[in-house]
Design a protein around this ligand. Structure first.
Ligand code: NAD
Length: 477
């Protein structure tokens, strides 16, 4: 079986405790690789390495444009190794090979874009109200950053954090999910082959409550950038507060996808199906609540069910596959449990509802109608291929239902009325609203949540501030 050691200070690093744990292939439902089971001792080695690289050696010596040039080389390296990275992710995560090719064609953009911003980070002269001083600000890297990522899109979500952190001049220690560590280790190895100085980017692997918690608590780590579940985010936020560290939290969602009767229904039906079933529903922005105006409810349901029923489940390496496996066994059990809960609560099963009979962890695309927004299936993040359809009457009702949830990450609105599109975009409480589209993301467009979906924004110019401190210098003239 393949073994993936950690990666610290430019080289492979075996776990201090000498233990390894299996990483599963969700399509086959069995282990395919072994991952190093790190602990606090390995975290210490990695953070010390990152701190050395932050304070001495080639990284702090680079000019801002020199850092930009390194980032552009890293982007090229990701592009050149896209196939290798895609195949690991498919094996480890169960993501579709087609989806991985698309993702990996975008990932270099984060390195190019933030590489381009590295030499545009400026301070300013402060217009003081007293004479005798020259006072100015300068931007500095926040320090060693702990990056903690989830299992659902390991490379893409890492790039969102890593590229701005490096552009700001930080060094990092990454803790990928214990379920999908392999692609992160491979990516970091590739970045070093492309000339990244030792110690600037390090990876520790293992379990959240051990390695993850040690990284959050380490006194030399000054900022935690986390993507994952809201329960974990609360925990990390509290631990970071105890250590007086900065923190960004990208958490879960229960996003409404709202279809008005005046919408282009062909587009809305496609957007509803891909909104929930892409990546087998395992995305934070999954459009898991489909709100449909009552007058077109039955027609939309019929068409959404008919389209979803054609989705081809199978081998994620096969380019014809449209629905892959659930990434982890625990998540598979959780999705099936939510399907049972929805049935007990009285929702009507319109499609699917079963585990598929394969060795791997497959759940059929599942659609519930007759859902009331107070049901658990409408309130809690399932993180799987399960859609809850909820009828509404008019704009006010749609807004009330859309906002009646503790999350606020994404939302879709389908309408041909421009005024309504603007009104809905203002009234829905979420970090992103898509009108007549769904799931679009870009390195240029700020992304993040309101309410329980998190704190902070990734992507776009402002994201670099998440990794910068402002220093104020007073000169007595
Ligand atoms: P998770 O919270 O279980 O794990 C995420 C990471 O946190 C893992 O690396 C894990 O090991 C680590 N971790 C767990 N406990 C920790 C602790 N006490 N201290 C430090 N680290 C700890 O999440 P998951 O199941 O891997 O991912 C799914 C969740 O991520 C969903 O809720 C989903 O909505 C969310 N997500 C959000 C976004 C976004 O951008 N908002 C994107 C993708 C996924």
């Amino acid at each position: 079986m393949l073994r993936y050691p950690m990666f610290i200070e430019g080289q492979a690093h075996d776990p201090a405790g000498g233990e390894w744990f299996p990483s599963d292939d969700p399509y086959r439902g069995k282990p395919w690789a072994e991952i190093a089971k790190g602990d606090a001792r390995d975290v210490d080695v990695a953070v010390e390495a990152a701190y050395r690289a932050l304070t001495s050696g080639p990284w702090p010596e680079l000019t801002a444009s020199g850092r930009g040039a390194v980032l552009r080389r890293l982007g090229d390296a990701v592009a050149e190794n896209a196939r290798r990275l895609a195949e690991i992710e498919v094996r480890d995560n169960g993501k579709l090979i087609n989806e991985m090719y698309v993702q990996l064609s975008y990932v270099p953009q984060w390195f190019y874009y933030y590489g381009g911003l590295a030499d545009k980070i400026e301070g300013s002269v402060v217009p003081l109200d007293k004479k005798g001083y020259f006072t100015f600000t300068q931007k500095e890297p926040v320090g060693v950053v702990g990056i903690i990522t989830p299992w659902n899109s390991p490379i893409l979500l890492l790039a969102w954090k890593l590229a701005p952190a490096l552009a700001a001049g930080c060094t990092v220690v990454i803790k990928p999910s214990e379920f999908t560590s392999a692609s992160t280790i491979e990516l970091v190895r590739i970045l070093h082959e492309a000339g990244l100085p030792e110690g600037v980017v390090n990876v520790v692997t293992g379990f959240g409550n051990d390695v993850g918690a040690s990284l959050v608590d380490h006194p030399l780590v000054r900022k935690i950038s986390f993507t994952g579940a809201d329960t974990t985010g609360r925990h990390i936020g509290a631990a970071a507060a105890r250590g007086l560290k900065r923190v960004s939290l990208e958490l879960g969602g229960k996003s409404p996808n709202v279809v008005f009767a005046d919408a282009d229904l062909d587009a809305a039906v496609n957007g509803a199906v891909s909104g929930i079933f892409a990546a087998t529903g395992q995305t934070c922005i999954a459009g898991s609540r489909l709100l449909v105006e009552e007058s077109v409810h039955d027609e939309v349901v019929r068409r959404v069910v008919a389209l979803a029923a054609t989705a081809r489940m199978g081998d994620p390496m096969d380019e014809a596959t449209q629905v892959g496996p659930i990434t982890t066994l625990a998540q598979y059990d959780k999705v099936l449990e939510y399907i049972a809960i929805a049935q007990r609560e009285g929702a009507r099963l319109a499609l699917g509802g079963n585990a598929a009979t394969r060795p791997g962890w497959f759940v059929e695309p599942t659609i519930f109608t007759g859902v009331h927004n107070s049901m658990r299936i409408a309130q809690e993040e399932v993180f799987g291929p399960v859609l809850a359809v909820i009828p509404f009457v008019g704009e006010d009702d749609a807004v009330t239902i859309a906002n009646d949830v503790r999350f606020g990450l994404g939302a879709g609105v389908w309408t041909s009325d421009i005024g309504r599109a603007f009104r809905m975009a203002q009234r829905i409480h979420s970090g992103t609203v898509w009108v007549n589209t769904y799931r679009a993301v870009s390195y240029l467009a700020p992304f993040g949540g309101v309410k329980d979906s998190g704190i902070g924004r990734e992507n776009g110019i402002a994201a670099i501030d998440e990794y910068l401190e402002t220093k104020c210098v007073w000169i007595n003239t």
